[in-house]
Design a protein around this ligand. Structure first.
Ligand code: ADP
Length: 152
């Protein structure tokens, strides 16, 4: 049975920190599905979803084990539909841990087959966050070093 993992997130935008989690996840899973969600808590996206979908696909175009989709349903339901038994997430600090802990508990309740797997951030990428990138970009700052693709 193939080990399929879902890597769900807002990815607004997808960063080098996210890329690192996916690439390292390849040593654990046969397939990884990057799922770009319309997160209920974060209503308006900064980067359009189609734009981000295209950039993430471009990032992994030479990696047949990685696919990219969008979704707007419960992550636990999506995992069932995609045949994914694992949820891949990244941890940077204790704030991430608090948040991820409660999400993992609720996901387990919603889909008992689903196991959440966490990779600790690579130290050189620990400071990268989508929210900081949005702030810098909004005011015209250069964020190209933090993204695995070109924005233009
Ligand atoms: P969400 O809105 O669901 O929190 P994000 O797009 O912010 O989604 O992040 C998706 C996942 O990637 C989360 O598990 C988050 O902790 C993780 N992540 C974000 N940035 C980094 C980073 N620099 N290093 C490792 N993991 C990260």
């Amino acid at each position: 049975m193939k080990r399929i993992a879902l890597f769900p997130g807002s990815f607004d935008p997808f960063t080098k920190g996210h890329e690192d989690i996916v690439l390292r996840g390849l040593s654990l899973f046969d397939e990884i599905i990057v799922a770009v969600g319309y997160n209920s808590g974060k209503s308006q996206r900064y980067f359009k979803i189609d734009f981000m979908l295209e950039r993430i696909r471009q990032t992994f175009e030479n990696q047949p084990a990685i696919s990219v989709i969008t979704y707007s349903e419960l992550t636990a339901e999506l995992a069932k539909r995609e045949g994914a038994r694992f949820l891949l997430r990244g941890l940077r600090n204790t704030t991430d841990f608090e948040y991820e802990n409660s999400i993992a508990q609720i996901n387990r309740k919603l889909n008992a087959e689903l196991e959440s797997v966490f990779l600790i951030t690579s130290p050189n990428l620990a400071a990268i966050s989508s929210s900081i990138i949005r702030e810098v970009h909004r005011y015209g700052g250069d964020v190209s070093d933090l993204l695995p693709y070109r924005l233009e």
